[in-house]
Design a protein around this ligand. Structure first.
Ligand code: NDP
Length: 488
């Protein structure tokens, strides 16, 4: 057996998850005031793995956004803000349980519309989305204890814009704390991944959530911009690119509205020479190839101590050749489809820049499907700090490897970025973990693990990665007003 074959092991038989559990409508409207609003304009959402059209979806106009904000305002004033907190909690618990009951249906739809492997939507996105609703349901009637002596009150109508990398999970991150705090919501999912948000409307119906408490309008950036420009929204929460985040901040400047921004990242995953290498390799793979690298906190820069660069990179390359790229609905798939043609183009452009600037590229032998958007898991070695692939967010399955000699140099290089969302540290010394963590300008620092999420843990960035936190008690705060803010 050749060495290459020995690495690859045996072939896996296809193990596709059945699509039969999902029944798609031909066309969807906007979910406003508990009813479906006929869209004036539509577009088609496709499966990025096959380019197959899935459904027609509404492109919300400024008038549609206005109707959604009016429904949210009316629900806030008439019912939701005055509801006993324990009653609010019951709705959130119901939503959480319904998501668990319908988890398989949601997971299949998420993989179909977004391209992520079913094992990730099934084992990560869905359990975490339900956990967020459970977690914030628990806080709904304890806000006075969470923020003692500060008289927490809801802000009003929350406008929320989410991206395409974790569509349902980002919806949960946004909607659960907003409702727990007593706000009503208008949410816009990303253009390429609207379907789980639209299916979520059926969960709201099952949970008998009062009409207008959650409204969902679909469409592209124009719909997002109309929501941001709407005067009737009291608080905004945005997850997406730094560029759009900056535009939103400019638009809202001086208007006295609440704003949280969760933007891009270029995280350093730092491996010291005393780290258990095989474990670190799994962490590196999970850090950058999880969800095709479409992860804002992805460990896209590997900083490895110079003395172990060679053995670590060798192990990593060997591991890469065992990653299975292909059908997102196949339970064996490790790396699914790139979310859109536009994102694929962006990845290709940055990878070409990496080669041009002189970094050395490695891609394992890999058969890609003929249709759809795909990119082979890629590693660049010999990367310099100044290279674009070391500075810019690629948001794809592409790792840049840099080296360091001392902990001080690792800190310097890790923080040499415009972003500051996350970092990873691999070492067997607890004291070194603490020393490093104190010096990382990053909102989340993982030690001997990567890409772990929990609803109780705050998540958010420094610098161009944004501001405000989601998750935990910190995640409730932006959805509340307090005595010290002034006003009734
Ligand atoms: P965007 O920031 O454009 O998308 C995020 C959300 O904002 C989407 O719902 C989008 O709608 C909406 N939006 C777009 N323009 C506006 C606007 N002017 N006002 C209000 N809302 C708007 O990200 P992209 O999808 O364009 O991805 C580009 C890059 O951003 C990626 O390559 C990646 O580097 C980064 N990114 C980072 C994410 C993160 O989690 N930090 C998530 C997604 C992307 P629509 O879907 O129609 O564009």
């Amino acid at each position: 057996m050749t060495e290459e074959l020995a690495f690859r092991g045996f072939e896996y038989a296809a193990a596709p998850e059945s699509r039969a559990i999902v029944s798609l409508e031909d066309a969807y409207g906007h979910y406003v005031g508990g009813r479906w609003l006929e869209p004036s304009e539509t577009y088609t959402t496709i499966s990025p793995a096959s380019e197959e059209p899935l459904a027609a979806v509404g492109q919300a106009s400024a008038a549609d956004v206005d109707a959604a904000v009016a429904a949210a305002r009316s629900a806030f004033d008439s019912e939701w803000s005055a509801l006993r907190p324990a009653e609010r909690a019951k709705y959130l618990f119901r939503i959480a349980r319904l998501l668990q009951e319908r988890a398989r249906e949601f997971a299949v739809l998420e993989s179909l519309d977004g391209g992520k492997p079913i094992k990730e939507s099934r084992d990560v996105d869905l359990p975490l989305a339900a956990a967020h609703f459970f977690y914030y349901a628990g806080w709904a009637d304890k806000l006075e204890y969470a923020f003692p002596n500060r008289r927490p009150r809801p802000r009003g109508v929350a406008g929320q814009i989410i991206p395409w990398n974790f569509p349902l999970l980002m919806l949960a991150w946004k909607i659960a704390p907003a409702l727990a705090a007593g706000n009503t919501v208008v949410l816009k999912p990303a253009e390429t991944t609207p379907l789980t948000a639209l299916l979520f409307c059926d969960v709201l119906r099952q949970a008998e959530l009062p009409p207008g408490v959650v409204n969902i309008v679909t469409g592209d950036g124009r719909t997002g911009a109309a929501l941001v420009e709407h005067d009737g929204v009291d608080k905004f929460a945005f997850t997406g690119s730094t560029e759009v985040g900056k535009a939103i901040q400019r638009e809202l400047a001086g208007k006295g509205k609440g704003l949280t921004l969760e933007l891009g990242g270029k995280a350093a995953n730092i491996v010291f020479d005393d780290a258990p290498l095989d474990q670190a390799v799994e962490g590196i793979v999970n850090g950058i190839y999880f969800n095709q690298g479409h992860v804002c906190c992805a460990g896209s820069r590997l900083l490895v101590q110079e003395s172990i660069e060679q053995p670590l990179v060798e192990k990593l390359k060997r591991r890469l050749s065992t990653l299975r790229v292909g059908d997102p609905l196949d339970k064996n798939t490790d790396v699914g489809a790139i979310n859109s043609a536009a994102q694929l183009q962006k990845i290709e452009e940055l990878v070409a820049a990496g080669e041009q600037e002189g970094a050395e590229i490695y891609q394992p032998p890999c058969r890609l499907p003929e249709r759809g958007y795909w990119f082979v898991p890629t590693v660049f070695t010999g990367v310099a700090q100044s290279h674009r692939i070391a500075q810019e967010e690629i948001f794809g399955p592409v790792l840049s490897v840099l080296t360091f000699r001392t902990p001080e140099e690792a800190v310097e290089k890790a923080n040499n970025t415009a972003y500051g969302l996350s970092a990873g540290i691999w070492t067997e010394k607890g004291s070194r973990i603490l020393w490093m963590a104190q010096r990382m300008r990053a909102g989340v620092v993982w030690a001997n693990t990567f890409n772990r999420f929990d609803p109780t843990s705050p998540f958010g960035g420094y610098k161009e990665s944004g501001f405000g936190r989601e998750g935990g008690l910190h995640g409730l705060e932006p959805y509340l007003r307090f005595d010290e803010d002034g006003g009734a």
